[in-house]
Design a protein around this ligand. Structure first.
Ligand code: LRH
Ligand code: MN
Ligand code: MN
Length: 386
């Protein structure tokens, strides 16, 4: 059996980054349901993120989305975060919201639009310099809706050119994480639709270019843990955008739709030695109908629970069964870990770290929700799904 002290140490050391946009109002293209007390500024988003970290102890960084979190002084924002025990995490670029990007951003047939998009990506690296962020997250909505609309081959060339320019601009300690998504908003062909495309570009670029796996960005039935295992083996897994899905890019709470899948993913992370700092474990979610801060706390806990179960897999018993060709025995080892109730173990880890054993209860008792509802009027939209 795995050594319990080692398991606990790994759980205590785990870090999960929360996204600034999950704190703001969001919705679908049909309706944004405004909630009372949501943040009106990036600073207020950090105030809320500080609560998540205070109660979970494992969420010390916040990802920003530019321009949703545009401020005049990013170094001052980073200092504000630090004063609250937080750091600023990945900078998420946004080249999907301008009219100019109707036919694409960095793959647009018009060189002027491509220059504008590249300018934004380079500006994001400037912001990273100011915030001290390590990772630039790149997601391109670029693609085409109709066969023949544009040259698929040429679009890859344009993409490669832009990525190379961004790569060139990165500092020694900075990385770019290339995210893929199989469809939406483009419906015929997306320019970075899958891990293979992202991997091919990252491989050519070099070690500072890594693939990010957004769990909601795959076709139904895709074996995501296989992708994770493969990228880890190739040392090309840069991070996760965690969320869960029933149908497409649903952005629901991670581990809510399919906790077994999350466990299988985390098992491959553990098996591949990926539970350290090199991989960014980020949430990328929107809480449209549920209360935001508790939903983020719940999401962090879901990742912790999946991780705890993955750490509890008896590696030796599993290997013995695998080598003996014991199909049912090997499967049983994995299922035993998955079926373990790890909540008491996590409660213990929290208590040992000086935290309340139940972060949800601690948040409810803290009075923060009542405070923000009374204090904040006119919360802002996340910028997403408007
Ligand atoms: C795209 C995506 C990407 C964006 C975020 C808001 O669907 O996953 O990561 O930056 O949503
Ligand atoms: Mn994402
Ligand atoms: Mn998404």
């Amino acid at each position: 059996m795995p050594d319990l002290a080692t398991v606990k140490a790994a759980l205590a050391a785990q870090r999960i980054e929360t996204p600034s946009w999950a704190y703001g109002n969001s919705g679908t293209r049909f309706k944004v349901f405004a909630q009372p007390g949501v943040p009106r500024t990036p600073r207020e988003k950090l105030d809320d993120a500080a609560r998540v970290h205070e109660h979970t102890g494992v969420a010390p960084t916040v990802a920003l989305h530019i321009p949703w979190d545009r401020v005049d002084d990013y170094a001052a924002l980073a200092a504000y975060a630090r004063e609250r025990g937080l750091g600023l995490g990945a900078i998420n670029s946004n080249v999907f919201q301008d009219d100019d990007y109707k036919l694409g951003s960095v793959t647009n047939p018009d060189p002027a639009v491509r220059r504008k998009a590249l300018g934004h990506l380079l500006e994001c690296v400037d912001i990273m310099d100011a915030t001290g962020s390590r990772d630039l997250k790149l997601w391109f909505s670029d693609g085409t809706n109709y066969p023949g609309q544009d040259d698929l081959h040429a679009r890859q060339d344009r993409l490669a050119e832009a990525l190379a320019a961004v790569y060139e601009r990165l500092g020694d300690d900075q990385r770019m994480l290339l995210e893929y998504k199989f469809f939406e908003p483009a419906f015929y062909a997306t320019d970075v639709p899958d891990w293979g495309t992202a991997y091919a570009h990252c491989l050519k670029l070099g070690p500072k270019a890594q693939v990010v796996v957004d769990t909601g960005h795959h076709a139904p039935g895709t074996n995501i843990e296989f992708i994770v295992a493969l990228l880890l083996r190739e040392r090309k897994l840069g991070g996760f955008d965690f969320n869960s899905r029933f149908y497409a890019d649903d952005d629901l709470m991670v581990g809510a739709a399919d906790p077994f899948q999350l466990f299988r993913i985390m098992y491959e992370v553990v098996r591949g030695g990926g539970l350290g700092d090199e991989i960014a474990f980020m949430l990328d979610q929107c809480h449209n109908i549920e209360a935001k801060i508790p939903a983020i706390i719940r999401s962090v806990m879901n990742v912790q629970e999946a991780t705890a179960k993955a750490l509890l897999v008896d590696a030796k018993a599993l290997r013995d069964a695998q080598l003996a060709g014991d199909v049912l025995g090997a499967n049983a080892v994995l299922m035993d870990a998955f079926n373990t109730d790890v909540r008491p173990l996590l409660a213990e880890v929290r208590t040992e770290a000086g935290l309340h054993p139940d972060p949800m209860a601690a948040y409810r008792a803290s009075g923060w929700q009542e405070h923000i509802v009374a204090d904040r009027v006119g919360g802002t939209q996340a910028g997403w799904g408007a």
